[in-house]
Design a protein around this ligand. Structure first.
Ligand SMILES: Nc1ncnc2c1ncn2[C@@H]1O[C@H](COP(=O)(O)OP(=O)(O)O)[C@@H](O)[C@H]1O
Ligand SMILES: [Mg+2]
Length: 353
């Protein structure tokens, strides 16, 4: 539905006059617009996808609490400096941090961080290193933030037991033809099952603490300067309680695949050890003081586990006849799954756990 961005922007509390807007295309979940004004700031106007997110007011509250906490870490910063380093949200005229007309979309507005760029893929180790620092900073600065104040935006999002249960059901109900094509991978899942539950079990046993986590740590959710210096992480829609391994592991999964997620030619899918090392270095520089020994010990396993979770999610959808992920051809999900299993194989050759 085509929205009137100017009138939505004017539902928010700001002193600026709308001059024009453009749609930013790099996001995959929300619709994001850059609004240019005659004032000090330009703004991001975002339609929040309420089909993906069931409790949008709760989600927005998570984002606001997170920003507030981050802001509290810079007591001496001027407002101008803060607006360049932390997502700063703008209240709507009715004082909520979102605008919502009945039976319509939810919108929120934040200050546009000027002179920033995003990367769709990592092109050199420097970007990986800076990306690692940004996640490290995010987790370090939120390490004293009570995660029970946040709602579970997507319950069981990275939960291995529930993903594994869904997978088992899909195997039970799958068509014979699909089962046959997946047979090799079903065996690999069985072989890895125990190891892939280690993190989950440590979490359950309280040996790895539940904290505030970002949960969507691909590189396109970080802002950089044009000289490849990290500015901050963005897209805090999925901030919720979790373990740091979800964040580290998913970042590595997306950054260190030398091929696209649905590359059919598996010889092109290799684990990029150089990017791993660079990301890990940046991450550790910022987190070393706030991570426990156990958290540190399991970082490599986190990478393997997050790749595995995606591998079984794609495999599950293939066995369920492609009901969740959009597919462009009949074996698209199987290809995606094989791709992740190849990444695990390559990872295991380069990193011993
Ligand atoms: N505060 C901001 N300052 C500058 N650019 C931003 C800001 N927030 C979002 N963007 C831009 O908008 C894009 C989409 O935003 P994002 O929150 O990641 O949406 P999605 O959930 O759809 O991925 C980002 O990739 C980035 O280019
Ligand atoms: Mg995003």
């Amino acid at each position: 539905m085509k929205a009137n961005i100017e009138s939505i922007f004017n539902e928010f509390n700001h002193q600026s006059k709308y001059v024009g807007h453009s749609e930013l295309s790099s996001g995959h979940i929300n619709d994001t617009f850059l609004v240019k004004t005659d004032g000090t700031h330009n703004y991001i106007v975002q339609r929040i996808n309420h089909r993906v997110f069931k409790d949008v007011p709760g989600l927005v509250n998570n984002k606001i609490l997170t920003s507030k906490h981050l802001i509290s870490k810079y007591p001496n910063a001027t407002e101008q400096e803060l607006n360049k380093t932390v997502l700063s949200f703008v209240k709507a005229k009715d004082t909520a941090f979102y605008y919502h007309k009945e039976n319509d979309d939810f919108w929120n507005v934040m200050i546009f961080i000027d002179h920033s760029i995003t990367h769709e893929i990592v092109k050199n180790p420097e970007i990986a290193y800076e990306g690692g620092k940004l996640l490290g900073d995010f987790l370090n600065l939120t390490s004293d933030f009570d995660s029970s104040l946040l709602i579970d935006v997507i319950p069981n999002f990275h939960d291995m037991s529930s993903r594994y249960k869904q997978y088992t059901l899909s195997v039970q109900n799958a068509l014979k033809e699909r089962l046959n094509k997946a047979a090799k991978y079903i065996q690999i899942v069985a072989d890895l099952k125990e190891e892939m539950h280690i993190l989950q079990n440590l979490k359950k046993a309280g040996e790895i603490p539940v904290r505030v986590t970002h949960n969507d740590t691909k590189i396109s959710n970080s802002l950089f300067t044009k000289n490849n210096k990290g500015i901050c992480m963005i897209d805090t829609d999925t901030v919720m309680p979790g373990i740091i391994h979800y964040d580290f592991g998913d970042a590595i999964r997306t950054i260190c695949n030398s091929g696209a997620e649905d590359e059919k030619d598996l010889s092109k899918v290799e684990f990029n050890l150089e990017y791993y090392k660079a990301y890990e270095k940046g991450f550790l520089e910022k987190t070393n003081d706030s991570l426990s020994k156990t958290e540190l010990k399991y970082l490599p396993l986190a990478a393997k586990t997050m790749i595995f979770i995606m591998a079984i999610r794609f495999l599950t959808d293939y066995l369920n006849n492609d009901v969740y992920y959009k597919t462009n051809y009949p074996e698209h999900n199987l290809v995606r799954s094989k791709n992740q299993f190849k990444l695990i194989e390559s990872f295991s050759k380069k990193i011993s756990i």
